[in-house]
Design a protein around this ligand. Structure first.
Ligand SMILES: C[S@@+](CC[C@H](N)C(=O)[O-])C[C@H]1O[C@@H](n2cnc3c(N)ncnc32)[C@H](O)[C@@H]1O
Length: 339
């Protein structure tokens, strides 16, 4: 069944589908969802979009240097990458760990896409103590062992629910079909009081949009329950100032497209709410910085060396501030759960 047929079937049965489920089905439908559909390239220059680890190994070097800076006594570590895609980041981090003589006890990739699992097995299966898991609840290590948990553009693929504020209440945004057209509709929500309480530090006005991902809340809760000693770092598209607008993006072949323009081969993502993430990691302390500051701090040699045109392009893509560059719109978030 195509993505569109599945979505239409749900709308036929329930008269509507919420944004979170719409995005999860579009991204992860077993055969034809964006992340599972068979195709030559998904991420990279020849794919639908490009990511920092695909641009340069400098990104992995910065993540590894940050780990060493924050965990100066570490001599052994378990690696856990969340949503590795083609697996470049783990490859780069592994190389850096060897260079710094830090023993890697095991490598685990948390991956939901069958398409990417096949690529990862091809790349890493010869490595000892390598495994792929589909659920964070499958990850178990000794409570005293340090786990380095890292990711890039992982949380922005999680579906979010969207609500609109009106007359002192939140109404949930749903998708429905009228006269064969997909369109957005609002319905009063039983979660309105809970959301008002949880986001009361924000001053919502009529027409403002609130995005909330129960899936992210649940995921970070499971991570905290399952891993006793970790250093967590992630880079993602996101904000610390709440825009109160929809951040849903639909991408196809490197281009932004309109909602419902296509149903197949579309990558949907939301911007990550880094303040919410900070709250989810409490009582642990967290740090948020722009990707630009993160890379300049943890890969300084790359910036101080004389540059070629090619290196200048890489620098600009990773740390620049223009619309198609990742420096300010991407942020690094890190936290650890031990002293
Ligand atoms: C935007 S891609 C980023 C891939 C890679 N980190 C990079 O930077 O090139 C998102 C990745 O996260 C995976 N993913 C998304 N949600 C997931 C979940 N809940 N559990 C496991 N993997 C997930 C996708 O299958 C994909 O590999």
């Amino acid at each position: 069944m195509s993505v569109q047929e599945q979505i239409n079937k749900i709308i036929k049965n329930f008269q509507k589908i919420n944004m979170q489920d719409f995005v999860q089905i579009s991204n992860f439908e077993k055969k034809l969802g964006f992340y599972n559909k068979e195709e030559e390239n998904k991420i990279g220059v020849k794919g639908h979009f490009i990511t920092s680890p695909e641009i340069s190994s400098i990104f992995g070097m910065a993540m590894c240097n940050q780990f060493i800076n924050k965990n100066p006594k570490a001599t052994k570590v378990h690696l856990l990458e969340l949503g590795p895609g083609n697996g470049h980041l783990t490859n780069d981090i592994l190389e850096q760990m060897h260079g710094h003589k830090i023993e890697v006890l095991s490598i685990t990739l948390l991956e939901k896409s069958e398409y990417f699992k096949k690529k990862q097995i091809k790349k890493f299966s010869k490595i000892e103590n390598f495994s792929i898991i589909s659920d964070i609840d499958e990850f178990h290590k000794n409570k005293d062992d340090l786990v380095f948990v890292y990711s890039n553009e992982f949380l922005d693929t999680f579906g979010h629910k969207q609500y609109m504020y009106r007359n002192n209440n939140f109404y949930e945004v749903f998708i429905t079909i009228k006269k064969s057209q997909h369109l957005l509709t609002l319905e009063s929500s039983i979660q309105s009081e809970y959301i008002k309480k949880d986001y009361k530090y924000l001053d919502f006005k009529d027409g403002d949009i609130l995005e909330h991902s129960p899936l992210i809340d649940f995921f970070i809760g499971s991570l905290n329950r399952n891993i006793k000693k970790y250093f967590f770092t992630t880079c993602d598209y996101g904000y610390t100032n709440y825009s109160k607008k929809s951040t849903l993006r639909a991408l196809r072949d490197h281009k932004k497209i309109a909602l419902f323009e296509f149903f197949e081969g579309v990558d949907y993502s939301f911007s990550v709410d880094f303040n919410r993430l900070t709250k989810l990691f409490e009582p642990n302390e967290s740090e948020i910085q722009s990707q630009s500051s993160f890379i300049k701090k943890y890969a300084p040699n790359f910036f101080n060396n004389k540059t070629s045109d090619e290196i200048d392009i890489i620098k600009n893509l990773l740390t620049g501030t223009k619309e198609n560059e990742m420096g300010l719109i991407f942020k690094n978030f890190n936290s650890r759960n031990y002293d």
